[in-house]
Design a protein around this ligand. Structure first.
Ligand SMILES: Cc1cc2nc3c(=O)[nH]c(=O)nc-3n(C[C@H](O)[C@H](O)[C@H](O)COP(=O)(O)OP(=O)(O)OC[C@H]3O[C@@H](n4cnc5c(N)ncnc54)[C@H](O)[C@@H]3O)c2cc1C
Length: 361
């Protein structure tokens, strides 16, 4: 019997598999397809990302550095309000490469990572959990574990199998690319999508990304077409995915716990979940003992202590996307300029570094 079966080898699952193996647990990680595919993510992350990957991978994964964002209430021709730092705020990285790198780290730490295994059932017993997976080359197979980590993304099968609550909301995110190199320093954010936003991200030699997220519906495609028409570009490699917004009241049962998007560990004001999911994975390794089911309560407390107030503040920031346009102009005009905030931590808006920056203006 394994200590942990991890379902899903995205950032959250791979990070948990790596760290749990490093502390000596026997870990099996199952990925339904090939790690990293299909792509449904911008890979726009704070520079904290480099704490989670080996130094040797940095050059391979890095695409562009970003110093700020230009906010627009309308399209590309509308007035823009810049928010920036004099140092890099974030990086744009190769997201497929990131997942592969994190999975390699898990393998090197001793986890048994198997691709082509789609988990179809999770049965929880008093003393163990039985996981059934269908295998890409045919047939099904079963595994037993003391505990199961559901790190299987926004539309989590594990979550459904064990009856944990669904996210309060799932946004629909879409993106596509053009090929021209763009090493510029700013992303563009357009408050033109209902209750969220559209974006343009310069990705260095990897081209330019155009995308948006909004509540699901046919309007998402229309809004995306409008965005690319306004920029007068033809995009290819179209990708689409769900962004869960939460968090739910519980992400644990007796022997099963959720991580990452499966647990809605995302930023409500950007949809970003790579760093929150890996942070929660580290909290899980620090708190969960697979032989002690009550340790899952410690995990619930630990990840919420770390992320819940940031998520709560993130909801407040997101409310601004739905304010009337004149109020948005007013707010952006008064807040824009140099900032001292950390992109993953809205609480840093109240930090001494941000307040010092405001005073300097
Ligand atoms: C359009 C868009 C843009 C985004 N941009 C950003 C961004 O710029 N920055 C950022 O931080 N976040 C971004 N996100 C969010 C980010 O992609 C997620 O938060 C992140 O991928 C969550 O990681 P995860 O490991 O929890 O889940 P995932 O990355 O979704 O990984 C889950 C894994 O589980 C596998 N799986 C699913 N079901 C099963 C099953 N039944 N059996 C076995 N395996 C299974 C999947 O194949 C997948 O590999 C974006 C999301 C979208 C939709």
């Amino acid at each position: 019997m394994y200590d942990f079966v991890v379902v899903g080898v995205g950032p959250a699952g791979a990070r948990f598999a790596r760290r749990a193996s490093e502390v000596g647990y026997d870990v099996l990680a199952l990925e339904k397809g090939e790690v990293g595919t299909p792509l449904a993510c911008s890979g726009h992350v704070s520079t904290d990302i480099w704490e989670f990957v080996p130094d040797a991978a940095r050059e391979r994964l890095f695409q562009n550095r970003v110093f700020g964002a230009r906010f627009h209430v309308g399209g590309p021709d509308s007035h823009s309000y810049p928010f920036y730092k004099d140092e890099e705020i974030s990086n744009v990285i190769d997201r497929v490469g990131l997942d592969r790198t994190l999975a390699d780290c898990a393998r090197e730490a001793g986890a048994d990572v198997r691709e082509g295994h789609t988990v179809t059932a999770v049965e929880e017993h008093r003393d163990r959990v039985v996981v059934t997976a269908s295998v890409a080359d045919g047939g099904t197979t079963q595994f037993e574990a003391r505990m199961v980590a559901g790190a299987d993304g926004p539309v989590s099968r594990v979550r459904r199998e064990v009856g944990l609550p669904e996210p309060a909301e799932k946004l629909h995110g879409v993106l596509a690319f053009t090929d021209e190199a763009d090493h510029s320093d700013f992303v563009d954010v357009h408050l033109t999508a209902p209750r969220f936003f559209a974006w343009r991200i310069p990705r260095g030699d990897a081209g330019v990304e155009y995308g948006l997220a909004a509540p699901p519906g046919k309007e998402v495609q229309e809004l995306f077409d409008r965005l690319t028409a306004a920029y007068d570009v033809e995009t290819d490699r179209f990708c689409s995915g769900a962004i869960p917004i939460g968090p739910p009241d519980s992400v644990t049962t007796r022997r099963v716990f959720l991580l990452g998007d499966a647990a809605s560990q995302t930023k409500p004001f950007t949809g970003g979940g790579i760093l929150y999911g890996m942070t929660a994975a580290d909290r899980a390794v620090a708190t969960i003992d697979p032989r002690t089911p009550s340790s899952l309560a410690d995990y619930e407390r630990a990840w919420r202590d770390e992320l819940a107030s940031e998520i709560r503040l993130g909801h407040l920031v997101r409310r601004a996307y739905s304010l009337p346009e004149p109020v948005q102009h007013l707010g952006l005009r008064s807040l824009s300029g140099e900032i001292g905030v950390h992109m993953d931590r809205p609480s840093s808006f109240f930090s001494p570094s941000h307040l010092r920056t405001l005073v300097k203006r």
